[in-house]
Ligand binder design. Structure first.
Ligand SMILES: [Zn+2]
Length: 268
């Protein structure tokens, strides 16, 4: 089981207790770093090698206070970390917080997102997409930039676009909020399991009201998918874990599951 998207050091949280609990049941955690917290994320990944992995991205919330030069400088840094990151992300657009897409700021977000997509292409890395209320525009940009490997994290768009995402060979990742919408349940139930990933987006989206979310809760996502598909938890676990290893090209030996990364690569 892999939590493919969380924020381990969000707001200076001490990630160690959550990592210990995750070690009991997960194969790996992928933490997602922003310009404001990448240093701490890198520290944690170095401390927990082969268990905690890293993606580095640029969220619109960070981007809003950055000049174009600052964005370039940060992306140069991400480039320099190429061997330590699995993907570029989360990146994308957010019309919930920034609905004025025709404003100067809106254009600036599009420009930054383009730069991020080009960087991922140059590095040969997949992208992790944040597409809040901007699913169609993000999809169109990913396609027009010729991106081949993309995951729509926490997808909350319509079903027509969800189908297109899958038909294009992209992935959708199901999160701890899997029960909150009819669409996510439909995706979990009937979309090709080979193109689904699991995540918590912790500390956000807690499945337990009033409690902080954490990577170990990805178990609840896997269990819910299994329930919706009338499959065993083991089967869903095996497939979604394999998906994550393959999508992110993770250097993991999945011994217990009889599947090594070498074999996974051969399947690619
Ligand atoms: Zn996130």
């Amino acid at each position: 089981m892999i939590d493919t998207h969380c924020h381990l050091v969000y707001e200076n949280a001490d990630p160690e207790p959550a990592i210990s609990r995750a070690r009991q049941i997960l194969d790996a955690i992928i933490t997602c770093g922003y310009p404001r917290d990448y240093e701490k994320n890198i520290e944690i990944v170095e401390k927990h090698r082969e268990f905690v992995f890293l993606t580095l991205g640029l969220h619109p919330v960070d981007n809003k206070d950055m000049s174009s030069e600052e964005v370039d400088k940060y992306l140069d840094f991400v480039r320099s970390k190429k061997d330590s990151i699995l993907a570029v992300g989360e990146i994308g657009l957010d019309y919930h917080w920034f609905p004025e897409k025709d404003s100067e700021q809106g254009k600036m977000f599009v420009e930054s997102f383009s730069k991020c997509l080009e960087l991922a292409k140059q590095l040969g890395k997949p992208v992790v997409l944040h597409t809040r209320k901007a699913e169609q525009d993000c999809f169109d940009m990913v396609v027009s930039h010729g991106i081949k490997h993309a995951v729509f994290h926490c997808y909350a768009g319509n079903m027509t676009l969800a189908r297109q995402i899958i038909d294009n060979g992209f992935f959708i990742s199901l999160s701890s909020n899997i029960n909150r919408s009819k669409n996510t349940k439909k995706i979990a139930k009937s979309f090709p399991l080979e193109q689904l990933l699991t995540e918590t987006d912790s500390p956000f989206l807690s499945p337990v009201p009033g409690k902080k979310n954490e990577p170990a809760n990805v178990k609840l996502v896997v269990e819910r998918i299994a329930e919706l598909r009338s499959m065993s938890v083991e089967e869903v676990d095996r497939q979604t874990t394999e998906n994550a290893v393959r999508f992110f090209n993770m250097p993991l030996e999945l011994k217990d599951k009889g599947l090594s990364n070498k074999e996974v690569n051969r399947l690619n």
